[in-house]
Structure formats: structure tokens, C-alpha cells
Design a protein around this ligand. Sequence first.
Ligand code: OAD
Length: 243
Amino acid sequence: MIDAAIKILKETSSLLVITGAGISAESGVPTFRGKDGLWQNYRAEDLATPWAFERDPETVWRWYDWRRGIIKNAEPNKGHIAIKELEELYEKFFLITQNVDGLHERTGVKNMIEIHGNLWRVRCTRENKTFVLPDVPLKEIPPRCSCGALVRPDVVWFGESIPVELMNKAYSILESYETLIVAGTSGVVYPVASFPTFMKSKGGKVIEINLEKTPISSIADISIIGKTGDILPEVVEGLKKIF
Ligand code: OAD
């Protein structure tokens, strides 16, 4: 399977990678679905919707603080690093991550978008101005903008749309890239879940890496079962021998 993936990648001049929570699992960041996923113990509608924040902003803020606490102590793993190495191998490379943990950014990868936002960034609910959270403890939870309005995590919640400029960017990349690696996502949250089908419909190739089969597996050209932290470095090593 890995050899077949390397063969496709060898013949590719443009590579798009899409990642989900699974890529950060080996860094100790919990995923959302599955046995130890966050949605086993928490209800998305109580924590990750605009209505939840309106009803109980403090609880939502504290849940994000708890997640920030885990992520602060996490490091990018071998999977994140392999993706950065892929960027170095291809002139035309792009990464779309659904993750809000900022771990990809910490590897130095440049051509990327965080399509669901970033939990270190916060946004005024009135003016939409964004800020990066300071290291110092906040006086108020949730904090307020200088205009007096509450500040919220700058992430995309259920029931919200992805900002139009990010969607336009994603579609222009999908249209002009040949091959997609989709790694560590359950492939059930739209619109990103539809990107592999889009890639196939325009004649592109799709390689999936996941611990288990997903709805993407049946349309993927190659579906590799395994950890992203094991498989991606093997793929990069294989490619380096050829490039
Ligand atoms: P999920 O938690 O839904 O899926 C994680 C996927 O990663 C699963 O398919 C696992 O099998 C796989 N996985 C776990 N560990 C892995 C490993 N070491 N190697 C390879 N695969 C592994 O996370 P996402 O697909 O990212 O959105 O979820 C998509 C969106 O739903 C998230 O961005 C978030 C969530 O609710 C919002 O909060 C809006």
C-alpha cells in the first residue's frame, strides 16, 4: 500500500494534504470522535455552537482553556514533521487542516490554512477584530474587547459557516492540484468531508491514511490503515530516495 502511494506521489507535481484531529492524536491531543474522543464525554451542542456561547459563555471559555492547557504542553509529532518535509519536496504544496491546535504551524509549514480557525486566536463578538491570547492570566472569563463586547474563540462552531475567503482558497487549490493526501480525519464534518469526492470528480488522486476505514475510504485510490506518525515518515523516506 505504501509503495503504491509513493508511486502516485512520484508522478505528482502538485500535492494537497488535508488533516484532521487524528494527526495530533500522537501528540496527546484528544480527537473528537471514537473511543477516547471529546464527543464521548461532552456534547458538541453545549460547547461548540454559537448558542452554547450565548447561553453560557463562561463554560464554553473554560472548555477551550482546558484544551489550550493540553495543547500548550504538546509538541508536533512525526506526522506533522513529515508534512513539513513534503512541503519541501514539492514546489506546489498546500495543507488544509481542520485542527485548531496550531501544531502544524509550529513545524514551520508555510502554505496552509486552518479552515476551522485556531484556538489561540480570539475574536470580538461585536467588531470581529481578532487577537492572539496573551500568556498572562486573564482578568475576566471570558474577556471583553475594549468596545465592551465579549470575546470568543476564533474557531468555526457547528452551525457556523467557514469564512468565505478560506472556502474560496480551498476550492481554488482543489481545482488546480492533482493529488490529495487525507490524513487522520473521520470524514464526516462538512464541507471538508466533501473535498476528497471533489478531487476524484475532477480526475485527481486521493490517498487516505487513518487508523480505520472512513466514508472517504471507498472513494480513495489508496487507503492505508495505520498511524499518521508511522506512515507519513515512511512515505517521505520513500519519496526522498526518488526526488
Ligand atoms: P475526528 O475526531 O472526527 O476523527 C479523527 C480521525 O482520526 C478518526 O477517523 C480516527 O480513526 C483517526 N485517527 C486517530 N488517531 C490517529 C492516528 N494516530 N493516525 C491516523 N489516524 C488517526 O476528527 P476530525 O475528522 O478532525 O470541528 O473532525 C472534524 C471536525 O469535527 C473537527 O474539526 C471539529 C470536530 O467536531 C469543529 O469543532 C467545528
